[in-house]
Design a protein around this ligand. Structure first.
Ligand SMILES: [Zn+2]
Length: 362
């Protein structure tokens, strides 16, 4: 069956129905400050399989980047379609559906505050991480008009920057996160997002007895088209990194370069690191796992289009705006049977490998 949904509401209903039918314990956390595009309530839904207090826990998250939740939701549902997770002794599985429900429902990568949730887990009491390069490029990257001239101007500004500093520096600074331009790209916010606080609550309740945690955060947009592209944030040389290699193989896990050969950006504020912190030093091994869709440059265009629709588009019902919206959806969750079949097969395998590996951890 097709496990991909066309709306947040549909995805949520299917996830809850299937997890509930398989005996999963369901919890819903509502973000009461916001609503979906049809006025619907927005919740992060959690399904738990296995005993409370289990010492080993697999935590799988969908929708950190809102719109990427269409794929993440499908990955969770595909796993559930093959039956309840086969739990090794002492293990539990917790699936988090739509950790950023506003972004999922409104088909945006960000939260309701234009925050990139995967840059929001920094210490907001101190100075925010600096990003002078982003500040330099912000005006060109975030035009008020979305036409050929604005696109060309941005291209020129980026090309001039690359000519002076190299492509690696551009990739690093544009992706790592910025904390100075609230209407800009990859904005990490100046306070904890609702989703950030809910994540802490989920870890506190669902991982209360966990001694070891396996972590998967599903994303799309990095990697070759259809490729399951791993970004393991455990430090190389640690026992946790070794676990990831054992579960998923060195070819997937042990890669230092980003997908087009550039160095990995120095990301700040990742959900991965926030969750590890909420666990208070208990071992957590895992990765952000992406499914590739388009090239890095094309994905940057999609992220900019998302931002333009939110802040500058004069009429979202106009045909050009609708076309841009549809194209952004294709960038993050293609309507492409071959791509979708690949996602289903790979995500099932990756979940199963993590769970089996968790059973044999230490
Ligand atoms: Zn993402």
């Amino acid at each position: 069956m097709d496990v991909f949904s066309e709306s947040y509401a549909e995805a949520r209903a299917r996830f809850r129905a299937r997890a509930g039918a398989l005996g999963g314990v369901l919890t819903a956390h509502e973000n009461t400050a916001v609503r979906g595009p049809g006025g619907e309530r927005l919740t992060t839904d959690v399904a738990r399989f296995g005993p409370p207090g289990a010492p080993r826990l697999l935590l799988a998250i969908a929708g950190t980047h809102g719109i990427e939740g269409f794929c993440g939701s499908a990955a969770l549902l595909a796993w559930l379609e093959s039956g309840a997770p086969a739990l090794p002794a002492g293990s539990a599985v917790v699936m988090v559906h739509a950790i950023n429900p506003w972004g999922f429902a409104h088909r945006s990568r960000t939260t309701e505050n234009n925050v990139d949730l995967n840059r929001n887990f920094v210490d907001h009491t101190g100075d925010a991480p600096a990003n002078p390069v982003y500040a330099e490029l912000h005006a060109a990257l975030c035009p008020d008009t979305w036409d050929a001239a604005a696109v060309a101007a941005a291209k020129d500004a980026v090309a001039a920057f690359v000519a002076r500093n190299g492509a690696a520096m551009l990739s690093d600074y544009l992706r790592r996160g910025q904390y100075t331009h609230p209407s800009g790209l990859n904005y990490g916010g100046r306070a904890r997002e609702w989703s950030n606080r809910i994540m802490e609550m989920i870890v506190a309740t669902e991982a209360a007895g966990a001694e070891r945690v396996a972590f998967i955060d599903w994303h799309t947009g990095l990697g070759q088209r259809g490729e399951d592209f791993f970004i393991c944030f455990n430090d190389k040389g640690t026992p946790e990194f070794a676990q990831c290699v054992r579960w998923w193989g060195a070819a997937k896990v042990d890669r230092e370069k980003a997908f087009e050969g550039e160095d990995r950006p120095r990301y700040t504020g990742l959900v991965f690191h926030g969750t590890a912190q909420f666990l208070g030093g208990r071992p957590m091994a895992g990765a952000v796992i992406e499914f590739g869709t388009r090239t890095g440059v094309e994905m940057r265009e999609a992220v900019r289009g998302d931002r333009w629709l939110k802040f500058a588009c004069p009429d979202r019902t106009a045909p050009a705006a609708r076309a841009l919206e549809a194209d952004i959806f294709e960038a993050f969750c293609p309507h492409d049977d071959a791509w979708r079949r690949t996602v289903v097969a790979a995500s099932r395998r990756i979940h199963a490998e993590a769970l089996a590996g968790l059973g044999g951890w230490g």
